[in-house]
Write a protein that binds this ligand. Structure first.
Ligand code: NAP
Length: 306
């Protein structure tokens, strides 16, 4: 007899995880966050699981910081394949894992966990997801771009490291807390010793969060990336106002809460090309699927589900 499919709840809690989350097909993947209600990952990953005929479900779990250790113990016991991590767990999870890859070590943040033989292994797919998103949105590779990254948190560090690894032409880090941006730039210095000749501007640089600094840099970069949460909340301004942008720049906003985020709107107003973070979400998710199942992700099905 054909089993009745029970769709997973919109959001589970630690208490549900303790009970084993009894639905059919079983939940063996998920995203841990606090808040987590906003996450688009279930629709994308469940579409991929269905397409690949993998008999399991992916669900949202509201897990607070003090519940994370117990939640990790439970996914070990419940035979989970893995989980994604979102705010506020990406950094604090590191010390609870059995191993992390080099990317995670350098970035200091983890967004994908694979469970294997009761051990938790950490990965970060944000940087490679970003790189694929930029290629898709603007038909250009990072190695050919002068990039300015706004922010120096987890997402910004993943993006900056990816730009460095792909030998981008130039990298500028702008952060509110200048010293943090400076530390990020210093950690990438060894990638920028090669001979790309660019005239008077340095290949790698941290700048203060100031209008004059933005104005100068916009004239000397091709791509501006927002990796801050500015734009997530209704009524937020654009991280850089339209009058400081220019038609030659491409703008990538990692925020995907709406199609036209404040930064995307400012870019369009300035005559620039712009994209929101949905494509990065798609590609980091596809890369996570590939880590979990060691097979190619059904990208078009995932895209459609988003
Ligand atoms: P995070 O680690 O908390 O870092 C936040 C960064 O933003 C810090 O550098 C902080 O500067 C800066 N910042 C915070 N408020 C600011 C403000 N009002 N003005 C200027 N700068 C401000 O956060 P995260 O995990 O990197 O996430 C950042 C963003 O990336 C989020 O919006 C998230 O949605 C997005 N994201 C998207 C994807 C995707 O797939 N599309 C993936 C990952 C993340 P200070 O150092 O001065 O505090």
């Amino acid at each position: 007899m054909k089993k009745k499919r029970i769709v997973a709840k919109s959001v589970y809690t630690l208490a549900d995880l303790k009970k084993g989350v009894e639905v059919d097909p079983p939940v063996r993947l998920g995203v841990f966050g606090d808040p987590v209600e906003h996450s688009f990952s279930p629709q994308m990953q469940n579409a991929a699981l269905k397409q690949c005929k993998i008999d399991m479900q992916y669900a949202r779990f509201h897990i607070s910081p003090n519940e994370l250790r117990e939640a990790f113990d439970l996914i070990r016991k419940l035979d989970f394949v893995g989980v994604n991590l979102t705010i506020p767990h990406k950094i604090s999870a590191l010390e609870l894992l059995d191993s992390v890859d080099d990317n995670v070590k350098r970035i200091g943040a983890v967004n994908v966990i694979k469970v294997e033989s009761g051990k938790l292994h950490g990965f970060n797919t944000d940087g490679r997801g970003f790189s694929r998103a930029v290629r898709e949105e603007f038909s250009v590779d990072l190695r050919d771009l002068r990039v300015m990254v706004l922010g120096a948190g987890g997402a910004a560090r993943a993006i900056a490291l990816q730009c460095a690894k792909e030998n981008c032409e130039r990298l500028v880090i702008a952060n509110g807390t200048f010293e943090k941006g400076q530390r990020l730039a210093d950690s990438l210095r060894n990638f920028f010793e090669g001979p790309k000749v660019l005239g008077p501007v340095p290949r790698l640089q941290a700048i203060p969060w100031e209008e004059r600094a933005f104005q100068f840099q916009v004239a000397n970069v091709d791509l501006v990336v927002n990796a801050t949460p500015v734009g997530l909340n209704r009524g937020d301004p654009s991280p850089i106002p339209s009058r400081l942008l220019a038609p030659h720049v491409m703008v990538y906003d990692t925020i995907y809460a709406e199609k036209r985020t404040p930064f995307v709107s400012a870019a369009i107003e300035a005559g620039a090309r712009a994209a929101n973070g949905l494509s990065m979400l798609l590609h980091q998710g596809a890369l996570a699927f590939e880590i979990w199942f060691r097979r190619e992700a059904p990208l078009e099905v995932m895209r459609k589900a988003l």
